[in-house]
Design a protein around this ligand. Sequence first.
Ligand code: SF4
Length: 464
Amino acid sequence: MKAFVEQFKAQAQHVARDLRHRRLIQTALGKYEVQRDRRKAVFRDWESARQLAAETKWDAINHLDTHLAEFASKLEARGTKVHWAGTGQQARDIILGIVREKKARSIIKSKAMTAEEIHLNEALEHAGYEVVESDLGEYIVQLRKEAPYHIVFPAMHLTRDEISDLFQRELGSAPTDNPEELTMIARRALRKKYITADIGITGANFAIAETGMVSITENEGNARLTAALPKTMISLLGIEKVLPRLADLALFLPMLATAGAGQAITCYNSLYGGPRQPGESDGPEEYHVVLLDNRRTELLADSEQRDALHCIRCGACLNVCPIYRNVGGHTYGTTYSGPIGSVITPHLRGLQDWKHLSYASSLCGACTETCPVKINLHHHLLHNRRNAVRQKPAFLEGIAFKAFAFVMNRPWLYGTARSIGRWLQPLHGMVKGTRLDPAYPWTKTRDLPPVASQTFREYWRARK
Ligand code: SF4
């Protein structure tokens, strides 16, 4: 749809010119790279770890049917209700059904990109329920009525002063630029919500097939409270989250923390295998797991790009992407931004509407190089470009490339075109960068290199 691409271009131009915003993001991500490299050095062999992670995810995704069936049956054996949602609408209906059945009034939620993907909060709020995000960054962007800026750091685009102003406005707190005080303000507000919430909704980082357990990794302890205090717990996860064995976490937990935040390991790593069992003192009375497809199986059917489902949502490719660093997360207009978002969004939301994201890349390959599970991201962007053109050929571009090939295959014609180009160059100089310039879409932001005064052949002949 034209609106998405126009919106992207306008927002990208606006943000790229905002030097304050760029400085903020560069500073935040500059620190990340130093910490990540320090942590990577602790691995005995980071490259071998990447290879093993890629092979493990290959096994998980290529045997998804058996791993998912094992995961679901083990969870059910401990009393968990497993739901299969083919679409975002089905997932919303399932969760709304549980909330209604429980006669819930308020809901506490920990970070879940799948919930963002299906616009769960909007659906619950529309139905009259209060939903409160418990992750600090998510809570901040929720108060601002904004989408997360980054899949790992949702509020990284904000300064302390902006957060202080927000808390003053929304929570009536005193102004402060002390990060600990700001955290305490949010914590005081959130504690009340945990105690009164009827339902806790979480996402998941991994789904362990061997044991039927949901693995959640976090730094604030908010997901634990979300899972432990309300009587009913719901975990919403994409079907690609599966790992075959419990032992795989020994690799994936430190790898996710290292690639995602430059940490050795996240502060809290929990496994949830079912509702409270007889003799246990805490945990929910009822546990629901909603497994979301939402076009993931279509991506699974694409043998060329299937490995995009290996993503562990560490956010590393966003952090190193020169485009993301300059245009920012909100510009993409999607749940998943940066290189991985540009690869999967056209699959999840329609190739023709979102193909422009495949061009939001310099194809430098920094994303592929950094990805801990070795997804060939920049090649997938090229695949998306090719598939979009195959699906809907670009008529004028097709003619232009055919004409280009025709000229390049005929040296005499190329020589004539070059002479005409040299002759027209001074005329072009008079209109360059203005709307009278036929090359304006190019020259408004870039230089059009001058035609060389001498070709290589002329130069060679002149040298004798
Ligand atoms: S594509 Fe790779 S680097 Fe990007 S978020 Fe996923 S796992 Fe991380």
